[in-house]
Design a protein around this ligand. Structure first.
Ligand SMILES: Nc1nc2c(c(=O)[nH]1)N[C@H]1C(S)=C(S)[C@@H](COP(=O)(O)OP(=O)(O)OC[C@H]3O[C@@H](n4cnc5c(=O)[nH]c(N)nc54)[C@H](O)[C@@H]3O)O[C@H]1N2
Ligand SMILES: Nc1nc2c(c(=O)[nH]1)N[C@H]1C(S)=C(S)[C@@H](COP(=O)(O)OP(=O)(O)OC[C@H]3O[C@@H](n4cnc5c(=O)[nH]c(N)nc54)[C@H](O)[C@@H]3O)O[C@H]1N2
Ligand code: SF4
Ligand SMILES: [Mo]
Length: 683
């Protein structure tokens, strides 16, 4: 048993030495950014729990972070720098000092730049910690000044972000606290019971006050089971359903023509795109009853305040950008703004308008690599090839489309890979140099919620474990070693913290210093079109943002047909689970991971719960047991997102079956466009 699992149950410990409770916050890639109470005894974390300091947290947190101690002290934790001694992927390393490791990294950077140019270096990062210190800070300084390739960070939120930007300029959106004011809540492609648990009590409170609930999701969930209407749509068909609702609003006279005239542009073009989408046609496309779509349209028309929560589940397919646009356009056409609890709810990560003055605005015009094409970048790019890969805040061997191609790239003998992480991830196993990172309980950060609108300071509860160092320290030192610092520039974590607190706009830094939760100028619970307005150039909702048309292969609000084939008829989706955050914490032991399949699909294949199956297509194969149960629509199967290679029987995970095609808008990942067949693994 890892020591951590004992430590997380302090009541069972015989030693009740003096302990202290540290107030901090959670900067992981989760919308909730909880306030935490961390109990430390003899310098070790013995308990992680929620605090009531932040009312949205309300004193409870997820089971994942409650067992974070298992990760900090677990057997997979990286404790010191190391240099590869075995084959790539084998996991044999020899211990090195920080000086040895960083001088090797710096030498490889210089050599790659001298031979191929800075673009032969690819920095790769995403969601590890989303705080203002751990991402887009000294790391960005290094990449920009050294002139490396640039990374299009599009694995998540690219289509929804592009849609929200184009229509509304990312206007701040309805926060959790205002859900109880809604009379109708539509949860569209989002599963808060796993992916943002602090929303659930607010939805329940609304239901208690009589609000109707609609869920649009191919699977059921605790919330869909209590919903008034559940549309278990075929993955990737949301644009058709949303356009059918628009068509109804326009043709029934329920569209708010006065609002459309005063506050929007492009309504006529949207109306024309919606015109072909009768309830019957949308129903056939989405594989649901026409009466169910009509019921949604009528409920939406009749309810005020009506709130649409647009999630990320609907964006991860070829139609994701258009789906997000069609869903986000609903409150404009329906006239649902201007009341508390009405409007839309999407990511609030941009709501603070933090310009990050601590990184230079100018970026060199170097090559842009879309992170969803990492496998191709490593195996196909030539001019120049990727010679050095520097991975931090990410685990692409587990989380990015086309796993087999990525692993092939990581195996390249002539690729120099650095992985800077907290644990020995599937990606780190392929590194030439492994650098140990602190967790958020070992350093400072500024956590930013994207469900509600709050910022909070994360502060160390314990000393760094082993020789782990923070992103700020390591990127600061690399900046110095590679000679890109200017005189007197900040390099270490504390200097950087002070600078960030000083340079955050208004009173934000002062509040954070005082341990308070700062508030943006428009307050923490803004009403759309009263307290906040579209941040588009003319402050109007742009219902037909022409500039996206060149990006969208079939045009705006277009529907591209399902990629299923006779050989690979089943849609494989891979949503958030309650065990991991993306692949973070995926190293911990977990019960057998199963493929969820509807009984009708199982019967057609002669499968029963517990059977070991192969899930396959032309890209790869995953082997694991099957769970045959209701709760997913026929024709769709589901694996958890963020599995590690150790969680399946053959060392491949859901991403091995995901094509590296890109979404219609935003260059996003098409995780849920994987189409597969499933069969029993012979006796
Ligand atoms: N516990 C936990 N929490 C997390 C995360 C995690 O991994 N674990 N990840 C965090 C991150 S990085 C993100 S981006 C968010 C994501 O959080 P969510 O927005 O909830 O996104 P997903 O979990 O991808 O999928 C949500 C739901 O969409 C459904 N779905 C799949 N395809 C479609 C479709 O085509 N249309 C519709 N209507 N529904 C579809 C899935 O069945 C799933 O129930 O959660 C964050 N929070
Ligand atoms: N099959 C499938 N896969 C998916 C998705 C899906 O829907 N289906 N969705 C995707 C989504 S929504 C997202 S956001 C991506 C996320 O994918 P990734 O960005 O790869 O996120 P994680 O898997 O959480 O990996 C983050 C890593 O950063 C490390 N880390 C955390 N904090 C720090 C730090 O301060 N410093 C350093 N150096 N490292 C740190 C963690 O230990 C962890 O290993 O995954 C995507 N993968
Ligand atoms: S992962 Fe989300 S729910 Fe869990 S503690 Fe962090 S912010 Fe809260
Ligand atoms: Mo994400």
């Amino acid at each position: 048993m890892p020591i951590g699992s004992k430590l997380s149950h302090p009541a069972r410990e015989s030693d009740h030495g003096p302990s202290s409770v540290i107030a901090t916050s959670c900067p992981l890639d989760c919308p909730d950014a909880c306030s935490l109470a961390v109990t430390v005894r003899r310098g070790k974390v013995v308990n992680v729990d929620g605090s009531a300091r932040n009312p949205v947290t309300g004193g409870f947190i997820c089971a994942k972070v409650r067992r974070f101690g298992d990760r900090i002290y677990g057997p997979d934790r990286l404790l010191h720098p190391a240099i590869r001694s075995g084959r790539k992927g084998e996991g044999r390393f020899v211990r090195a000092t920080w000086d040895e490791a960083l001088s090797l990294v710096a030498r490889k950077f210089e050599a790659a730049k001298a031979r191929w140019g800075g673009e032969s270096i690819l920095p790769y990062s995403y969601g590890g910690s989303n705080g203002l210190l751990t991402q887009d800070n000294l790391d960005a300084r290094l990449w920009r000044r050294f002139g490396t390739s640039r990374l299009a960070r599009a694995v998540c939120a690219a289509p929804t972000g592009a849609a929200n930007m184009a229509l509304y300029g990312k206007m701040p959106s309805v926060v959790y606290q205002d859900y109880p004011h809604a009379r109708l809540i539509v949860l569209w492609g989002v599963n808060p019971s796993a992916s943002g648990i602090h929303l659930v009590p607010f939805v329940r409170a609304a239901q208690k006050r009589g609000a109707k609930l609609v869920v649009v999701d191919p699977r059921s969930s605790p919330l869909s089971r209590s919903a008034d209407l559940h549309l278990a749509v075929r993955p990737g068909s949301d644009v058709a359903v949303a356009l059918a609702v628009h068509r109804h609003l326009f043709t029934s006279g329920a569209a708010d023509e006065a609002f459309l005239r005063a506050h929007t542009t492009g309504a006529d073009r949207l109306r024309a795109r919606a015109a072909p989408w009768t309830f019957d046609r949308a129903a056939e496309t989405a594989g649901v009853e026409a009466t169910a779509i009509e019921a949604l349209a009528r409920l939406y028309e009749a309810s005020t305040p009506a709130l649409v929560r647009c999630g990320w589940g609907l964006e991860r397919n070829r139609n994701g950008g258009n789906a997000a646009m069609a869903v986000l356009a609903l409150p404009a056409v329906g006239g649902k703004f201007g009341v508390r609890g009405g409007g839309y709810s999407m990511s609030n990560s941009a709501s603070w308008s933090i310009e990050r003055p601590w990184i230079e605005a100018s970026e060199p015009a170097t090559r842009v690599v879309n992170m969803n094409r990492l496998g191709r970048a490593l195996t196909e790019y030539a001019d120049p090839p990727v010679e050095v890969l520097f991975v931090y805040n990410a685990n692409p061997a587990a989380t990015v489309p086309d796993q087999r191609r990525i692993l092939a790239g990581l195996q390249r003998d002539d690729l120099f890979t650095v992985v800077f992480d907290q644990v020995m991830t599937d990606t780190a196993l392929h590194a030439d140099v492994v650098l140990p990172a602190t967790t958020f309980l070992e350093g400072y950060d500024v956590a930013r919620a994207y469900g509600s609108i709050h910022l909070d300071l994360a502060r160390p509860a314990i000393e760094p474990v082993g020789e782990a160092r923070s992103n700020a320290d390591v990127f600061g030192e690399l900046c110095a070693r590679l000679g890109v610092n200017q005189d007197g520039e900040t390099t270490g974590e504390l200097d950087l913290l002070v600078r960030v607190l000083d340079e955050l706009p208004g009173e934000i830094g002062a509040s954070l210093r005082d341990g308070a939760l700062p508030s943006p100028p428009f307050g923490t619970t803004p009403v759309q079109f009263l307290d906040v307005h579209p941040r588009t150039p003319d402050r109007k909702v742009r219902l037909f943002p022409e500039e996206l048309e060149s990006d969208a292969p079939m045009g705006l609000y277009a529907f591209q047909p399902d990629p299923a084939t006779a050989r690979h008829p089943l849609a494989l989706i891979s949503p958030s689970s309650d065990r991991t955050i993306s692949s973070t914490l995926g190293e911990l032991p977990r019960p057998d991971v199963k493929l969820h399949m509807h009984p009708a699909d199982a019967a057609a294949r002669g499968l029963a719960t517990g059977d070991l199956v192969r899930i396959f297509n032309d890209l790869g194969e995953v082997q694991c047991p099957v769970l045959v149960a209701q709760g997913i629509r026929p024709g769709t199967v589901s694996l958890p997102k963020g599995l590690w290679r150790r969680s399946t029987r053959n060392g491949y995970t859901g991403t091995a079956l995901v094509p590296d095609t890109l979404t219609d808008i935003g260059g996003g990942a098409c995780f849920n466009d994987a189409r597969v067949e499933v069969a029993a693994v012979g006796p």
